[in-house]
Design a protein around this ligand. Structure first.
Ligand code: KG4
Ligand code: ZN
Length: 404
């Protein structure tokens, strides 16, 4: 089935069209087209994501990105591909409403759409123009991120998706952003064997999740304070690097690693290595970096590289240690590591080595699918539709703290 997905949980506006095939034994996902606008340059000046700005930018970019998809995939060319529309037939699940020419019905629909979009300045007008310009695309299902994330940002995507669902008469199902990160590995044409251990390392989450099926999730370990991505971002700020700090720290650490600079003459703690549980804590590590920075009179480029290198090494050591521990405690057939931090190339090589030594099948998303995107939401939405009935214009509430 062809799914159009919308992602607006944080500072990336994403829309993607993905073909997801679900059979009893296998799920395959093939990206047809994905569009992303990263708001990073806009948020840099605030040193982090500013929700009101994120919301405004999502409202600006959603119609622009959708137009790119509708231009590349007009209704006719999609249906002409002759591909199987998927194993699920939604036609009997949803009210088959008219594509009515009756003016009063149309007026009523426009007024409902206007009500959905009225909170975002100009969004209704732009959306209406777009919907009147392009024919209904050949899409089986719509999905949108419900949470977790920034609620003002999530609401924009949800209202936009509901408007599309209502106008095109295409069912819509909510998707969970973290499940999206987990299922991003399916975009690589891979297979998840259960039980599996999913390790999520993003800007807002650091958690180990045991999965016994695509809809059975148990958190078996999580951070008690900062998430790993958040720690990267905070440490980056301490040494004067721009938001988001992950890629900047990674760059400096790589420079230190490939020269003889290394970590210098100091070490940072590797927190929670001596506890029996699978939990994490990064605030102590962050504080150690802060003390170090305060102690240094002039933060030279070399010292910044030392700090970045030692910080990244401490994080990597903790990650490798906890993976080992989790595999000692449970029998898993697959290890998935996903979330923005797995865009880090050093970490990728380290976990690949560990998985090789431990003979664990490791699934990682492509680097480009690691940070927030809509293609992963399409896969999560398709899987969600196995358990949650997709309907036309459903009442979806943004849930900033949505869990599994
Ligand atoms: O998954 P994501 O895009 O958004 C959330 O759902 O949170 O993750 C964003 C996080 C940020 O904290 C960013 O600094 C971090 O992922 N990140 C990285 C790298 N690229 C992004 N951290 C370390 N190394 C990277 N190369
Ligand atoms: Zn994310």
């Amino acid at each position: 089935m062809k799914i159009l997905a919308i992602e607006t949980s944080c500072d990336e506006t994403g829309i993607a069209l993905v073909d997801v095939q679900i059979s009893d034994t296998r799920i395959t996902a093939r990206e047809i087209q994905s569009e992303l606008f990263s708001q990073i340059d806009i948020h840099k000046e605030f040193g982090g994501v500013f929700p009101a700005v994120a919301k405004r930018e999502h409202a600006k970019w959603l119609p622009l990105l959708l137009e790119k998809i509708l231009t590349c995939h007009p209704a006719r060319s999609l249906s002409q591909t002759g591909e199987d529309a998927g194993s699920r037939d939604y036609s009997n699940m949803v009210p088959q409403h008219d594509s009515s020419t009756d003016e009063s019905v149309q007026d009523d629909r426009w007024s409902q759409i206007e009500k959905l979009l009225e909170r975002e300045v100009g969004l209704f007008e732009k959306t209406k123009e777009l919907l009147l310009k392009y024919p209904k695309p050949d899409i089986d299902l719509l999905t949108v991120t419900q949470g977790p994330g920034l609620e003002p940002a999530l609401w924009v995507g949800i209202s936009f998706a509901r408007a599309l669902s209502l106008y095109w008469n295409i069912p819509l199902v909510p998707a969970n952003h973290m499940k999206g990160h987990i299922f991003s590995v399916l975009l690589n044409q891979t297979e998840i064997k259960f039980p599996t251990l999913a390790f999520l390392i993003s800007g807002g989450h650091t958690e180990l999740v045991e999965m016994n099926s695509v809809s059975d999730f148990t958190i078996i370990g999580k951070t008690k304070d900062d998430a790993i991505g958040e720690s990267y971002d905070k440490v980056a700020r301490m040494i004067g690097l721009e938001y988001p700090g992950g890629p900047k720290i990674a760059e400096l650490a790589a420079l230190a690693r490939h020269s003889s600079i290394g970590s210098g003459d100091f070490t940072f703690p590797r927190p929670m290595l001596h506890t029996k549980d699978l939990d994490f804590s990064f605030s102590g590590l962050k504080t150690s970096v802060l003390y170090k920075v305060k102690e240094i009179e002039t933060l030279t480029d070399t010292l910044k590289m030392n700090i970045a290198h030692e910080f990244e090494q401490a994080i990597t050591d903790v990650i490798l240690y906890k993976i080992n521990k989790a595999f000692e405690q449970g029998e898993y057939k697959t290890l998935i590591i996903s979330g923005g931090v797995i865009a880090n190339t050093y970490l990728r090589t380290q976990v690949e080595q560990l998985a090789h030594q431990m003979k664990i099948p490791l699934l990682l998303p492509k680097i480009s699918d690691s940070t927030d995107n809509a293609q992963m939401i399409a896969v999560a939405g398709a899987i969600e539709s196995l358990n949650t009935m997709a309907t036309i214009n459903p009442e979806i509430t943004a849930q900033g703290n949505l869990s599994y």
